[in-house]
Design a binder for this molecule. Sequence first.
Ligand SMILES: [Zn+2]
Length: 333
Amino acid sequence: MARNQPRPEATSELRLEPMDNHCPICEGKLWVAYHNARTVATLSGLVRLRLVIRRCVNPECALYQRSRRPEQEGAFALPQGEFGLDVIALVGALRHAEHRSVPEIHRELSGRGVGISERSVTNLLDRYEELVALRLSGNAGLRKRLEEQGRAVVAIDGLQPDVGHEVLWVVRECLSGEVLLARSLLGGTSEDLAPLLEEVADALPVAVEGVISDGQHAIRKAVARTLPGVPHQLCQFHYLREAAKDIYEADRHAKKELKKRVRGVRPIERELEGRNDPEAEAMRGYCLAVRSAITDDGRPPLAASGLKLHERLSAIHDSVERVGKKGSESPES
Ligand SMILES: [Zn+2]
């Protein structure tokens, strides 16, 4: 998509890796083939995804040199999509549950900080409608692709836009990165979800070898019922994302409080103006250290900037204490 201005910098960064390091066929270790990065505009900001792509390196294996992408990549966005699935779910809900027009949806998204043009809103609405109309049984191309791959690993995610009461449930195939089915449902009980998984399992030309989800009780029950015996892996990333919300808030608060305590660097610097003695030099150095500590931001959720600031300020504090001690001891000794 053409873009007049460069995208602003991502507000968070996540590193995603394939959940399994071993080839499902030859059981050999999958090697890191390359890293890939993409930026996705989500309702919680621009997310930079750092993707680790692995490959089987056994020339005898049917999966030799086939790329294995992180399973969770598809939970963020459709392949090649610039906008998150959560944005698509919200666009669909605003249009169909709230009957809002494209300009109204555009205003709503802009108000939530999603940088988007009206034309892209129309595109996302098309994507939404394609998704919910998707029928695996009628999609010969996708079926062929899955047949070639010989197996399926299915993931199910519920995207809940905070308007209306519908949840967009998306069932993906993780090895191909394709969406198999998407339905907007009022409920999310195991009775609601089991038919979705049934429909997918019936239409898939290959066996489901694994299921990935955030482990909600209703999903677990639905999986146990429709795909008995199939390993169900809970995605660590979901835990991380949920845990990260609280950690992020706590960290942001800590950072704000810490910053309050190191105000007044500028007046100290002003007092030192014109002085060139070693003491003034040292104090200037400390002022600079404090300044750079408070402007150095980490990217949530993995780099907590509050913790980082605490570490740096503690180091400065300890150093000042040591100097202070030396200063008071040295005249006598
Ligand atoms: Zn292999």
